[in-house]
Structure formats: C-alpha cells, structure tokens
Design a protein around this ligand. Structure first.
Ligand code: HEM
Length: 415
C-alpha cells in the first residue's frame, strides 16, 4: 500500500534496493529534488511512494494543493496508448521521489527531458493518481468488454448546470502536492510526454484541501468557513476503507484494489452566502461554525445525533441540513471518502462576483450505490443548494497501483 512516509535517505535507498524505487543519485537521474541538497545524509522527508497495491492520492494524507487534468486520447493505436501509460507511470514514480520526469539530456539540439521548474523543490508529498473514463471503453482500443458495470456516467441530477467542456474525459490525472509548482510541474510534464497520444480536455487547480484522510490531520475549512472532513473516512478506519473505498471481488479482476473517483466542480455563490445570518448558515450544514460540532453537541468530534430536538419537538438538525441528508444512516449506511479542494478561477465578469467554490472529489467502491444516491438526496433537498451550482461532473475508474518498478497503472486492464 502506498503510504505517506517520512523517510531518511538510508530508508529510501533500502526501499529502492528492495522495491525498485527510483531515487535521485541511487537509481534515478541524479538531479532529484529530494537529493539536491547535496549534504549526503538526509533526503526530503515529504515523499509518498508511487508504487504499491493501491494508487497513492486516495487514502494517503490529503496534501494542500491540487492540479487535476482530464485528457482525451487522440491516437487510435492501442500500443501507443499502452506505451504512454508505461511512460507516465515511470515519470510519475520518478517525480514522486523528487526526481525529474526524464533523464536530463545534455543535447543542445533537443528540448530538455524535464521542463525544469521543480529541479530545486522538495518532493512535497506529490502523488499522481490515474483514472480511466467510461469513454475510453469504446471500440477504439478493444476495451468495451472490460468496462466495469460500476463505471456508469453520473445521471443528470436536479439542479445540475453542467458544462460538457469541463466534464468527462478518457483519462484523468490527479496531482496533489504541498507545493503548487510541484503539482503543476507534474501535470505539465505528463501532458508533454503525452503529445501526439492525448490532448488535455480540461483541468482544475485547487488551492486548499477541504478534507482530511488521516486522523493525524487537522480538519480544514472550506470557503464557506465551515470545518470540512470531520466525518470523512480516514486511512486509520481500515474496515471502512475496505468496505467503502477499494473494489473487491465484486468488481472485475483488473479493478481489484482500485476505486472510483467522482469529481464535481461546485461553484459557491459566495456573496449571498456572506450576507446569510449565522444561525441560517449553521442550520444549512447542521453544524456550528466555530467549533464544527453537530447541532446539539459541543465538540467537533462528538457523535452526530440526528434525533435530538428542541423543547417544541423540532429537530435541532433540520430535515434539509447537509449532514442529515449526507449521513450514512440516511443513505443505507453507505459512506464515501471525500478528498476535495477549494478553488478560485478569479472573477465572473458577467455576475461581477468571485468565481470560487469546491472542486469536490470522492472515492468509492461503486458510485451507483454511493455518490449517486447521496447526491440525488442532496440535490433534492439540501439547504445548501441555494448557494451552490454544480458546473462539471466526471467519473473515472482508478485502477489499482503499479506494484513495483516496471509495472504500470492499467497493466491489468490492457493485459
Ligand atoms: C460545495 C459543496 C459542499 C460543501 C460546502 C460541503 C460541506 C460539508 C461540511 C461542512 C460537512 C460537515 C463536516 C464533515 O463531516 O465533513 C460535510 C459533510 C458531508 N458531506 Fe458535504 N459539502 C459539499 C458537497 C457535498 C457533496 C456533493 C457530497 C456527496 C454527494 C457531500 C457529502 C458529504 C458527506 C457524506 C458528509 C458527511 C456526513 C456525515 O456523515 O456526517 N458533500 N460537507
């Protein structure tokens, strides 16, 4: 399993010997950000292994920055696509350790094999997670029969205002890091390596995590000012991770140990929200704004009690509250792992308002049983709907991890 690891250089070299990791001086290209300090005995501690049973970037601790990109495949050659996936996995593994995407070349007559903007930066916990969209499973590459039943398009839902140009895609790349330049560098270099095989369809930057995926992380706040991620699935909840996140024997063999990613670009109508009374804001989420406690409780982590009511018998957590509608007990005990990011794309000239919100990402074993019913319930009744607009939607099959150097993400799908 990929794990966030605080590793010393010795550990990393040991791991490289055992597992074939690419390491700056030892096995990589000699220009590793992780090894660039030159002191010889410490390596960047912010390193998350790329290789493992599961892809990194799901239950590994959510980093601060996101660069998400969706690509469409332009070649009709299956072998070109396979070669790209191999190249991408190799480059992703190298970049995760802090190495450049390709061997630095001294040839003055050809472009450098890495664009260079991350040479001196730390690994910054970079994770690169690849997913395959439903559209990839058509006749072009002979994948039709391999399409998992769970990889259904998200059906149209009430209140959707989706823009097809920033929805869907054949392949997604989710790059997360604690440094925006490291995440940007990763997507840029993968796009560069993909020239002639894929084109970028859309991308989204995120500047602040809105969830925690480890109990060791503090709960962050979203742009509405509320703590977000309190009741998320964390890596430490192993039983729930296996039950709700990883595909098991119920899925096709090539997806076991993988997951499904759903993304939604959700614009927030920030200005009206900021004019909304505190009591109304708290009723909408069902939690208090400052501590993050569920209404009727005093601490953030106190158990949510949906049955609690006031002296008049009125539920403290209203029927339209976000946490009531999204709660497992309202949704046949289903849960999802949320891993979204706040975004701003500047200013909406038409409305004269900030264009900002939540780029919602979640992982699950089967979106038909998890995201879709939860979102259907939210779309119908959530008090939040007055202040948000769903602008894009996508779903991807996130294959299991590449096990070791030489393996690549998607090898099971194309075997
Ligand atoms: C802009 C949109 C959204 C905002 C601002 C938002 C914010 C929040 C906040 C503040 C909480 C309470 C703290 C927590 O447990 O994390 C929460 C909980 C939750 N949200 Fe959202 N959310 C949004 C969209 C969604 C969507 C689209 C889904 C899924 C379809 C979703 C699913 C959940 C779930 C499952 C919980 C945990 C409920 C529980 O078990 O207590 N949220 N959200």
């Amino acid at each position: 399993m990929a794990d966030a690891a605080g590793v010393s250089r010795r550990n990393l070299l040991g791991a490289a010997a055992a597992g074939g990791l690419t390491v700056g001086v030892a096995g990589g290209f000699g220009l590793g950000r992780g090894t660039a300090d030159g002191d010889g005995d410490s390596i960047d501690s912010s390193y998350v292994p790329f290789y493992g049973r599961h892809q990194a970037g799901i239950i590994t601790p959510a980093q601060d920055r996101l660069h998400f990109a969706a690509f469409d495949v332009t070649t009709s050659s299956r072998s070109e696509l396979v070669d790209l996936l191999k190249t991408w996995s190799q480059a992703a593994a190298a970049m995760a350790t802090g190495d450049p995407a390709g061997h630095p070349n001294k040839d003055q007559n050809s472009p450098p094999k890495d664009t260079g903007e991350a040479f001196d930066l730390p690994a910054a916990s970079l994770t690169i997670t690849f997913g395959f969209g439903r559209s990839l499973f058509d006749e072009r590459f002979g994948l039709r029969r391999k399409r998992p039943a769970a990889l259904e398009e998200i059906p149209p839902l009430p209140g959707d205002e989706l823009d097809p140009e920033i929805s869907g895609g054949d392949i997604c790349v989710q790059a997360c890091a604690d440094d925006p330049q490291v995440a940007f560098h990763a997507v840029r270099n993968l796009a560069r390596l993909g020239q002639g095989v894929v084109v970028m369809r859309w991308c989204q930057l995120g500047f602040g995590r809105t969830s925690k995926t480890s109990s060791t992380q503090q709960t962050p706040r979203n742009l509405m000012g509320f703590k977000d991620g309190t009741n998320n699935i964390t890596a430490q909840q192993g039983g729930d991770v296996n039950r709700f996140v990883w595909v098991g024997n119920d899925g096709p063999a090539w997806m076991r140990g993988g997951s499904y990613l759903v993304s939604r670009r959700i614009r927030m109508l920030i200005e009206p929200w900021d004019r909304t009374a505190l009591s109304e804001q708290e009723s909408i989420f069902g939690r208090d704004k400052y501590e993050g406690a569920a209404l009727g409780q005093s601490k953030e982590k106190d158990r949510v009690d949906l049955k609690i009511s006031d002296a008049d018998g009125k539920p403290l957590i209203p029927a339209t509250a976000h946490i009531r509608l999204a709660a497992p007990s309202t949704n046949k005990n289903e849960r999802i792992l949320r891993r979204g990011y706040s975004f701003t794309d500047g200013f909406d000239q038409v409305r004269g308002q900030l264009d900002a919100g939540l780029f919602f990402i979640c992982f699950q074993r089967d979106p038909r049983k998890q995201f879709v019913p939860i979102q259907t319930r939210l779309a119908a009744k959530d008090g939040l709907n007055e202040y948000i607009q769903h602008k894009s939607s996508a779903v991807f099959a996130v294959a299991p991890g590449a096990r070791r150097r030489g393996d690549w993400v998607g090898s099971g799908l194309f075997s």
